[in-house]
Design a protein around this ligand. Structure first.
Ligand code: COI
Length: 409
């Protein structure tokens, strides 16, 4: 007997395509006999078994360029990119008449879209970032997927798109992980980054919501986000001309449209030797908001402060987890407006995000003044403590009392 996620992975590795039906009940067990699945339920479980719930298609029927062979990845030189993109992706479609279809796994590749697709013209799109990784005891796990599903739903509503139900979202993520298990780096070498996207893919000319939507998830094996490596402190500069978000806007949404306007400042900062940019609030140019790609925290003694969620910064899953972990470790954590001048006087600064995990900030430059927090390329003590506390839970080295870690395989 194997679980459903095992079955998906098994079939994909044996060159069959599986249409994954999220509504399948979790207690259900499936047994593989050649290319047929026999279903049975654990004793005492009341389940309805739909014989068509998993559809098999020979892989030969799929498009050329399929990459679903065992990947040849150099696990010691993983960066944050698409070099080692996973072989299969999930796509589902929403229409007014049918709502969300069940979605399916297919080879990673181009998706058809008309030039008049809403997303290409008016930008109706949100995305998520998640990671799957090996624990020290050999499980493949994901982290707090319910929180990503929740934020995805809030973002969909903000951009007038249909909500992907939590069960469909989480099951789709699990199916992508299970079917691409070969792309999950060995323990300690990195993770498999998952990118759920929801977009208005249907055509429209006048400004309005798309008539149809695509929900997709692709994945890639990745290493650390910043070039210097996970524990090397990053140098940030405070942006003094552009703002990332304004009150009443969509800064609190993981909208694709929040990430292109930051490029002009980010690229300029990189040219001048900085890793990224910190934005200030649009009203007063006084308080920290967030970095282009992550949330920000400052540390003074045993007090940690981070900007509050008032609609202009992203409600990060890592941000929330670090707040909870820091409190458990005896820090006072305040979600309050943080003046940039206070950050320049802090003992330490760090950033959090799925991609960056927890990154120690080496220096912050504001109005030409540079505040150095760390020495000799070493991360700050609190940054390192919080990084370790989080990743120990994620990798099964430490207890997971709140059930943040969800096993896939
Ligand atoms: C993440 O942290 O997962 C993100 O989506 C940020 C992105 C800029 C890489």
């Amino acid at each position: 007997m194997v679980s459903l996620t095992h079955v998906s992975a098994y079939l994909l590795r044996h060159r069959h395509d599986v249409t994954y039906f999220p509504q399948m009940q979790t207690g259900l067990q499936a047994r593989l006999q050649n290319t047929h699945l026999k279903y049975s339920a654990p004793a005492g479980t009341n389940v309805t078994v739909l014989s068509h719930s998993l559809r098999l298609r020979p892989l030969s029927a799929l498009a050329q360029g399929d990459r679903r062979t065992k990947p040849n990845i150099d696990w010691d030189s993983l960066g944050f990119g698409l070099k080692d993109v996973a072989g299969s992706m999930y796509t589902a479609t929403w229409t007014e008449e049918k709502g969300w279809d069940a979605g399916s796994l297919q080879p990673y590749g181009p998706i058809p879209m008309m030039p008049s697709a809403q997303v290409l013209n008016y930008g109706q799109a949100i995305f998520e970032g998640m990671k799957a990784q090996y624990t020290v005891d050999g499980r493949i796990v994901i982290f707090r997927p319910d929180k990503n599903a929740e934020r995805f739903a809030a973002g969909a509503q903000r951009l007038s798109m249909p909500v992907v139900p939590e069960a469909q979202f989480v099951n789709a993520v699990k199916s992508v992980v299970a079917s691409n298990a070969d792309w999950v780096p060995p323990q300690g070498k990195g993770s498999m980054y998952l990118r759920p996207v929801l977009m208005g893919s249907g055509p429209i000319l006048g400004l309005g919501p798309a008539p149809s939507y695509t929900f997709l998830i692709y994945a890639a094996a990745v290493g650390s986000y910043f070039k210097g490596g996970q524990l090397t402190p990053i140098d940030l500069i405070v942006e003094e001309h552009f703002h990332r978000a304004a009150p009443g806007g969509m800064g609190g949404t993981k909208a694709a449209g929040n990430y292109s306007p930051v490029l002009v400042t980010q690229l300029n900062a990189k040219k001048n030797g900085y890793s990224d940019v910190v934005y200030l609030d649009a009203k007063s140019d006084t308080y920290l908001e967030e970095v282009s790609s992550c949330n920000i925290f400052i540390v003074k003694g045993k007090t940690i402060k981070t900007p509050p969620l008032q609609g202009t910064i992203l409600p990060g899953v890592t941000r929330r987890s670090i707040i909870e972990l820091a409190r458990l470790r005896g820090y006072t954590v305040e979600e309050v407006p943080v003046p940039v001048t206070e950050a320049m006087e802090a003992d330490e600064v760090f950033t959090t995000g799925t991609a960056v995990v927890v990154s120690s900030v080496g220096s912050l430059t504001y109005q030409g003044n540079k505040k150095q927090y760390t020495q000799n390329g070493q991360p700050g003590n609190v940054s390192l403590e919080m990084y370790t506390a989080l990743t120990d839970i994620q990798t099964g080295k430490a207890a997971d009392p709140a059930d943040w870690v969800v096993k896939v395989l």
